[in-house]
Design a protein around this ligand. Structure first.
Ligand code: ADP
Length: 485
């Protein structure tokens, strides 16, 4: 449904509501390539009216969709998986153009996104209930699981396809129907996903997309509409908090994947090369713009200097540039605000005594914002970067003396999404793993996310889990049936 125009192949997309492609009343909004500031197209600027239409379409589609067998729903998801992998190159390129991550990484995201379609096609068949022994011989007790109903999904720009399937796949697998509002920087990936749904023959109304520039307008309609039973959101803790407040009126069910501030602890018996490779992968993936990116590195004193030296050397090998170019490891930051935040964190740290090991400079080029991979050392806890999510390619390294200090500093955060540590010692490692107050722990592993594993955070990093067998639980209600004989 993407309308190709002109030699530059700009895109002009519509909303996907009730299986039809519709323009928005408010017109369109421009979508910019963050690597060169060029407009790559325009997307329909949906608002309240269209969100309401989409909710009604999802409501109308619900009875039939939820009544299908799990095997039938799984069949659609398998076909969507096949189609997504068939289009991996094209969809990967689109991600790079929309939000800047290097092409190889973007294609990797498509495989990651598709893996949720496959996983939840399988999990659809395993939504088990149970029977409970009754305390009265004339009673039988059972528990069944049923779809929660119409779901509103709100996704961010940093994984334009991955965050969509991580929510939509379990929702439709469970028998729910969905209205999606994608990040305004990356509407086209979501529209492409709708094309896949259409091509796979998904019944109309089961999946709907409302792209739009006014997130609060679309969000408010979802929160205020009684038909929407569940909101699944990935984004900032601030917006998550707002959704909780708005949801209070209707006691809206919420799954929230919010901010993080991941610590990386390197103990003195770690395999240093493994730790460096893991920390590089965790820190610099997506130019540091993921909620599970390492934000602070704690290294035990005996290996501190060696680690910093090797980490610096590895960071300096990373190439910054347009993600469409071969050999680029770090693409642009998403926008000026993102750039300014990174710059502020670095300047604040340096002004408070941090030593710049490498990097520390950014630049703007035709409206695109790039930042060099940066390593800082001699950190102190009063520096903003040790507390606030940076969302950029900056790695502060702080010295620690013991395992306990590492755990204490790691836990000293309002966030609890991902944490990483490196040690070759099983007993030490198990104690660290158990001591960390985080939903995801990478032990000698800088990239732990996988469709079959639960993803989500403790504390202010969110509610519920996505992926794994837990992922589908967020989209079912429990019903207890007590039967008198
Ligand atoms: P990020 O920093 O990742 O952009 P946001 O929380 O701002 O995090 O955005 C995540 C998603 O939430 C995006 O789709 C954005 O449009 C949406 N969003 C932003 N503000 C609101 C709001 N007031 N209500 C609903 N959704 C919102």
């Amino acid at each position: 449904m993407i309308i190709q125009e002109g030699v530059r192949g700009t895109m002009d997309t519509r909303l996907y509501i009730n299986g039809e492609w519709k323009p928005a009343e408010k017109g369109t909004f421009a979508v910019i390539n963050p690597a060169n500031g060029e407009q790559i197209g325009s997307a329909a600027d949906g608002g309240r009216i269209e969100t309401k239409q989409a909710i009604h379409a999802a409501e109308a589609a619900l009875p039939k969709w939820s009544a299908l067998t799990a095997q039938e729903r799984a069949g659609y998801l398998k076909e969507m998986h096949r189609l997504m992998m068939e289009k991996q190159d094209e969809l990967g390129e689109l991600i790079t153009k929309e939000m800047g991550k290097p092409l190889q990484e973007a294609k990797g995201e498509i495989a990651y996104a598709a893996s949720f379609l496959e996983w939840f096609a399988e999990e659809a068949k395993r939504v088990y209930g149970k029977t409970i022994p009754a305390s009265n011989e004339n009673k039988r007790m059972m528990v069944i699981k049923q779809p929660v109903g119409v779901v509103g999904a709100i996704t961010p720009w940093n994984f334009p396809q991955g965050m969509v399937t991580r929510k939509v796949a379990p929702a439709i697998a469970a028998g729910c129907t969905v209205v999606l509002k994608p990040g305004e920087d990356t509407p086209f990936s979501a529209v492409k996903f709708a094309e896949i749904c259409e091509e796979a023959g998904l019944p109309k109304g089961v999946f709907n997309v409302v792209t739009g520039e006014s997130a609060s307008e679309i969000g408010e309609e979802m929160m205020e509409h009684e038909v929407v039973r569940k909101i699944t959101f990935t984004g900032s803790t601030e917006v998550g908090r707002l959704l909780m407040k708005q949801g209070a009126e209707h006691i809206k069910k919420l799954s929230l994947e919010l901010g993080g501030h991941a610590p990386i602890i390197v103990l003195d018996d770690a395999d240093i090369d493994k730790a460096v490779a893991g920390a590089i992968a965790s820190k610099f993936r997506n130019a540091g713009q993921t909620c599970v990116c390492g934000n602070r590195i704690y290294v035990q004193k005996d290996i501190y200097e060696t680690f910093v030296e090797k980490f610096q050397a590895a960071a300096e090998k990373l190439t910054v540039g347009d993600g469409m170019q071969k050999g680029v490891d770090i693409g642009p930051l998403i926008n000026k605000d993102g750039y300014e935040k990174v710059d502020r964190h670095v300047k604040d740290a340096v002004s408070k005594g941090a030593e710049l090991v490498t990097g520390g400079e950014g630049y703007e080029e035709s409206g695109a914002y790039f930042y060099e991979p940066t390593v800082l050392k001699n950190m102190t806890s009063d520096m903003v970067i040790m507390e606030e999510e940076t969302f950029g390619p900056v790695a502060p390294v702080q010295k620690i003396t013991s395992d306990e200090e590492g755990i204490r500093l790691a836990n000293n955060s309002k966030y609890g999404l991902a944490a990483y540590f490196f040690t070759e010692n099983m007993s030490r490692g198990m104690k660290v793993a158990e001591g960390l107050e985080f939903g995801i722990v990478g032990w000698n592993d800088g990239v732990p996310s996988a469709a079959q594993a639960p993803f989500g955070g403790w504390k202010q990093s969110g509610l519920d889990r996505e992926g794994g067998s837990e992922g589908i639980e967020a989209f079912v209600e429990t019903k207890y049936i007590s039967m008198g004989l």
